[in-house]
Design a protein around this ligand. Structure first.
Ligand SMILES: Cc1cc2nc3c(=O)[nH]c(=O)nc-3n(C[C@H](O)[C@H](O)[C@H](O)COP(=O)(O)OP(=O)(O)OC[C@H]3O[C@@H](n4cnc5c(N)ncnc54)[C@H](O)[C@@H]3O)c2cc1C
Length: 181
């Protein structure tokens, strides 16, 4: 992966000039959360794009690749996982577009941004799995780019927020259940 080294940053007794204050004192966490919603929508969009790439690549390869005298995509065992991934991705897209619309209108979009990120990251992964499997051994040939993208798209079930913590957010803040951590 390019530009994905993981590092930690520590701040000790750091002083920030008053002129650098953004917004109002003690309201910072709310501003951060607003930025995080934008990041979740961004990552959901990236995952959606990954999913489209996987499905396009898989369906083209399934149509072109001939084994035993017929395209592998003629077999339902190859075709259906790609079709299912497409259905899942299009469903996830609806939540993404809802989150984008709310954000653009300046409205609260925490639940939708989180759900869009969860749904699209999982849909992209399902599409990545279908794409890698469709390519068989060539899925691991670097010139096809499939294994690289498959590896990269898995990240979005962990960062910038893991799926479990999205579920904790939905359980607590959307469904009103007790805080679990
Ligand atoms: C490639 C990469 C790039 C990144 N880029 C950035 C960046 O640019 N900026 C930035 O700030 N961060 C970045 N991160 C960090 C990323 O946001 C964190 O890795 C992510 O939020 C998960 O936190 P953690 O690694 O501390 O996992 P942990 O909090 O240690 O969690 C580990 C696992 O346990 C689960 N878990 C933990 N607590 C609970 C609980 N209470 N209930 C249920 N499950 C739980 C989590 O879901 C996860 O699966 C990046 C990470 C990676 C891998």
């Amino acid at each position: 992966m390019v530009n994905h080294h993981t590092t930690e940053v520590f701040f000790h007794d750091m002083r920030v000039p008053a002129a650098n204050l953004i917004g109002e004192v003690d309201e910072g966490f709310k501003y951060i959360l607003d930025g995080m919603n934008a990041e979740r929508i961004l990552i959901a969009s990236e995952s959606f794009g990954d999913g489209r790439w996987f499905i396009d690549k898989a369906s083209r390869y399934a149509t072109e690749r001939q084994v035993f005298g017929r395209p592998i995509g003629q077999n339902q065992g190859v075709q259906f996982p790609i079709a299912r991934a497409y259905v899942q991705l299009r469903g996830a897209e609806l939540m993404l577009r809802r989150a984008c619309a709310l954000f653009d209108e300046g409205k609260q979009c925490g639940p939708e941004a989180n759900m869009a990120k969860l749904l699209n990251s999982e849909a992209a992964w399902v599409a990545g799995e279908a794409c890698l499997q469709t390519h068989g051994g060539f899925g691991y040939a670097v010139e096809y780019d499939v294994e690289r993208k498959w590896r990269e798209t898995r990240l979005y079930q962990i960062a910038p927020i893991s799926t479990n913590l999205i579920l904790a957010y939905v359980g607590e803040h959307v469904l009103g259940m007790p805080r679990s951590y």
